[in-house]
Design a protein around this ligand. Sequence first.
Ligand SMILES: CN(c1ccc(C(=O)NO)cc1)S(=O)(=O)c1ccc(-c2ccccn2)s1
Ligand SMILES: [Zn+2]
Length: 379
Amino acid sequence: TNKNCPVDKKSDLRRVVYVYSDDLIAVCDQLPKVQCRARMVHSLISAYDLSRCMRCVSPRPAREDEVTLFHSSDYVDCLKRLSAIEDDEKYDEEAEEFGLSYDCPAYPGVFEHACVLAGATMTAATCLMSDLCDVAVNWCGGWHHAKRHEASGFCYFNDIVLGILKLRQKYERVLYVDLDLHHGDGVEDAFCATNKVMTVSFHKYSPGFFPGTGRLTDTGMGTGRYYSVNVPLKDGITDAQFVSVFTRVMELARVSYAPGVLVCQCGADGLTGDPMEAFNLTPSAHSQCLQYLLSWNIPLLLVGGGGYNFANTARCWTVLTSVVTGQQLRSEIPEHEAFTEYGPDFELELQAGNKINRNTNEYIEGILQQVKENLSHVS
Ligand SMILES: CN(c1ccc(C(=O)NO)cc1)S(=O)(=O)c1ccc(-c2ccccn2)s1
Ligand SMILES: [Zn+2]
């Protein structure tokens, strides 16, 4: 609750729901590619005392009949079957068909874990719909690659699609925006043939770079044509350039689509220092993008996503949490259980990366022209 939550004058008090439970953190921390990240994120948010400015809501796992609102029962049944196998030595060719191998290994209990992660974003959506809050946050969500019929890119169930389907029970038009370094292909695929959900993805697009989709000319199909927007970027983009292309594209989307609710995936693998080593972004870029979205004053659902430098991901999502709660944060990382992870500077801010920027202004202007052309068809 917002008691004893000092709000800095410039921002009105925004009602924020923070979806959290020890079980949710424990489950998220067992995901093979982001082990122990969720605990770091939550403990930094707590160290800055931000939880006192939010209403903390404990999530419930998604039921199987809710998960099959998007995923096929064949895929769900296979994940459930493999999840119950204790010895993960047994090779299973059916697993291959459903993407359950390599990047998405089926480990014991993975089915229950995937239901918890999906349920957390659905819980956030439900809070938003019941007018309990203006912003709902689930940093353990954002698994944007999961497809109807298969796991992909470390994602088992697509919590974002399930959350959007929930929001669609109340809102006529949902606008999804994806800040992750990678194309939000699973969410785009789910809604590529409908105009009830507009998806906008900003991502690195380069030969051989995962998942390989998200071209500028991919705009959706049928009644969904022009309602999928892709902004393919190259290595080395800076904060200023990212914020500029983001605000210009999102303004075009807002004016043409006039959404009733916003869903934003805040993947942090585009930050400088991430093992993906692609963009030169700092949390300041995401913070400015979020402040722009908040200026729309429509309900907002925030979820996490990628981010493999865990200290930098925790820095980013803590900054974003402070933006929605209207708190100023001091630069010194507070003493807390993971303090040593924030060396050698122990500061909240990151220095921008200095990779060569392959995004010329001409390239960016060309993207904006094409996006403008595409969105001129959206009524
Ligand atoms: C499966 N891949 C994905 C999928 C999804 C993501 C992601 O973050 N999506 O948002 C990243 C990589 S992948 O083939 O590019 C990689 C697997 C492992 C990778 C890796 C591992 C360590 C350091 C750098 N890269 S990249
Ligand atoms: Zn990513």
